[in-house]
Design a protein around this ligand. Structure first.
Ligand SMILES: NC(=O)c1ccc[n+]([C@@H]2O[C@H](COP(=O)([O-])OP(=O)(O)OC[C@H]3O[C@@H](n4cnc5c(N)ncnc54)[C@H](OP(=O)(O)O)[C@@H]3O)[C@@H](O)[C@H]2O)c1
Length: 293
C-alpha cells in the first residue's frame, strides 16, 4: 500500500508542480525570492518565510497578483529552532500538506579562522545549519505521512572547497552538505528527494548581510565584499525548479562553478596554492579602508 502511494506521488511530482505546496525560507529577497517566483510560475501554492515581515508580505502580494496562486507569509527567524519548526507546522495547518521545503535562508561571516568571534560563528551555524535541520525534521514527519516530497537545501560551491577569510561560512555549508548526503540515503525509502543546490557567486545582498569578524574592520559591516559580479538569482531559481521536477541530487549553476569544484577535488595541491593568493588579495581588500568590492 505504502509502495503504491509513493510511486503515484513521485510520478505526479515528475509531471508538473501545479497545486503543490512549497515552503521557502529566506524568501524576502535574493535567491529565495527568485526560487519562490519560479515555483509560483509553475503554479505552486507558497509559504514564504524570512524575518522582515513587510518585505515578505510585499513579495507575497506581488506573486499573488502576477501568478494567481495562494501565498502565505510567515515571518520567521530560522535561527530560533521553535520558529523553524513552527513554520512547517503553520504551512501544514493552512494548506493541509507540505510537498516541497526549500531551506534557503542563510548568511555569511568573514574573518580568518584564528580570529573569528565564536559567538558570531555560532549564530551563523544556527541560521545556516541548525535552523534548516529543524525545518527538515518537521517536514519529514509530514512527508512520510503523505507518501513523499522534496527537500532542497541551498548550500554553495564553498560547501565543496574552503573560502579564504570565509572559513566559518564554509564550515556551515560543509556541515549542511554532510548532513544532506546522509539524509538523502536515509529518506530514500520514504520517497523523499533531497536536493543540494550549490550556487557560485550570485548577484544578491549576501555579502552586505554577512557578519564581519575581522579585527579592525568591523565598521565595514554592510559593505559589499564579494569577489566580482555573480549570476542573476533568477537563473538559480529556474535551475532549482528544474532539479525538483527531475529529482536531481546535486545542482551547480554554471560551468565555471563545476570547474572550480572539479579542480579542488582533482588538483588539491594546485588549488591550495591558488587559495593562498586569494587570501592575500582578500586581506588587502579588508585592510583598504572603505574600498568596496
Ligand atoms: N549570493 C551568493 O553569492 C550565494 C552563493 C552561494 C550560496 N548562497 C546561499 O544562498 C542562500 C541565499 O542567499 P542570498 O544570496 O539570497 O542572500 P541574501 O540576499 O542576503 O538573502 C538572504 C535571505 O535569508 C533571509 N534570512 C537571513 N537570516 C535569516 C534568519 N535568521 N531567519 C530567517 N531568514 C533569514 C533574509 O531575509 P531577512 O533578512 O528578512 O530575514 C533573506 O531573505 C544562502 O543560504 C546563501 O548561503 C549565496
Amino acid at each position: 500500500m505504502r509502495e503504491r502511494r509513493s510511486r503515484t506521488r513521485k510520478a505526479a511530482m515528475g509531471e508538473n508542480l501545479i497545486g503543490r505546496v512549497a515552503v521557502v525560507t529566506g524568501a524576502s529577497k535574493g535567491i529565495g525570492a527568485a526560487i519562490a517566483e519560479s515555483l509560483a510560475a509553475e503554479g505552486c501554492r507558497l509559504v514564504l518565510a524570512a524575518r522582515s515581515a513587510d518585505r515578505l508580505e510585499k513579495m507575497a502580494e506581488e506573486l499573488r497578483a502576477r501568478y494567481r496562486v495562494e501565498v502565505l507569509s510567515v515571518p520567521t527567524d530560522i535561527s530560533d529552532e521553535r520558529q523553524a519548526r513552527n513554520l512547517v507546522e503553520t504551512a501544514a495547518a493552512h494548506f493541509g500538506c507540505v510537498d516541497i521545503l526549500i531551506n534557503n535562508a542563510g548568511m555569511g561571516i568573514y574573518g580568518a579562522i584564528d580570529e573569528l568571534n565564536l559567538d558570531d560563528l555560532r549564530h551563523v551555524f544556527e541560521v545556516n545549519f541548525f535552523g534548516p535541520l529543524a525545518a527538515l525534521q518537521e517536514a519529514v514527519v509530514l512527508m512520510r505521512r503523505q507518501g513523499g516530497g522534496t527537500i532542497v537545501n541551498v548550500s554553495s560551491i564553498v560547501g565543496r572547497f574552503p573560502q579564504p577569510l570565509g572559513g566559518g561560512y564554509t564550515a556551515t555549508k560543509f556541515a549542511l552538505q554532510g548532513a544532506s548526503g546522509a539524509a538523502r540515503a536515509e529518506l530514500k525509502r520514504d520517497n523523499i528527494d533531497l536536493i543540494l543546490v550549490c550556487p557560485g557567486l550570485t548577484e544578491t545582498e549576501f555579502s552586505q548581510n554577512s557578519r564581519i569578524s575581522v579585527p579592525g574592520a568591523e565598521h565595514r559591516q554592510g559593505e559589499r565584499h564579494s569577489l566580482g559580479r555573480g549570476v542573476e538569482p533568477a537563473k538559480v531559481g529556474r535551475r532549482t525548479v528544474k532539479a525538483i521536477r527531475r529529482g536531481e541530487r546535486e545542482v551547480y549553476i554554471t560551468l565555471f562553478d563545476r570547474f572550480l569544484v572539479l579542480a579542488a577535488t582533482l588538483l588539491p595541491g594546485l588549488f591550495q596554492w591558488a587559495l593562498v593568493y586569494v587570501t592575500r588579495y582578500r586581506r588587502r581588500r579588508f585592510e583598504e579602508d572603505g574600498a568596496n568590492e
